[in-house]
Design a protein around this ligand. Sequence first.
Ligand SMILES: Cc1cc2nc3c(=O)[nH]c(=O)nc-3n(C[C@H](O)[C@H](O)[C@H](O)COP(=O)(O)O)c2cc1C
Length: 139
Amino acid sequence: MTSIRQALNVEDVRTIARHRLPRAIFEVIEGGHGEETTLAANRADLNRIKLIPRNLEDASFPDLSTTLLGREVAMPFMLAPCSFGRIADPEAERAVARAASNFGIGYIMPGAASESIERVAEGQFLGIVANRVCFRSVS
Ligand SMILES: Cc1cc2nc3c(=O)[nH]c(=O)nc-3n(C[C@H](O)[C@H](O)[C@H](O)COP(=O)(O)O)c2cc1C
């Protein structure tokens, strides 16, 4: 599988990324920090969530829309902030923000973005939520 359009789940996306990206960059994005304990805990928590099918419901026009920060969104999701976007794509955060906008959801601007917040926000229907991390010098 080489096209993102053929991907059916996160595992398929991971396989495509593994083939497309240089190994070191794939591992930065794919891995967790240190012993990867939080990554394992998050995976375990997500695996505990089961889908509860609602039988005999009309699913012809599923509507997941809701409001977030006072704005209507298509789904109750936002795309998480990932700094250094240019390591994976020359368009960096602009491409991610555009994808979020195309799907009618929000995007959280990362703390160490490769692009300015003004450029990333251009053309966004929802606007973006800024993510700021404060660093303190320990030297
Ligand atoms: C390369 C990279 C950069 C990230 N940059 C930020 C950031 O700037 N701000 C932030 O709050 N989280 C950042 N994260 C964390 C992600 O937003 C996300 O919370 C984390 O990857 C866990 O994802 P998951 O919820 O899919 O397990 C970054 C993650 C990666 C892999």
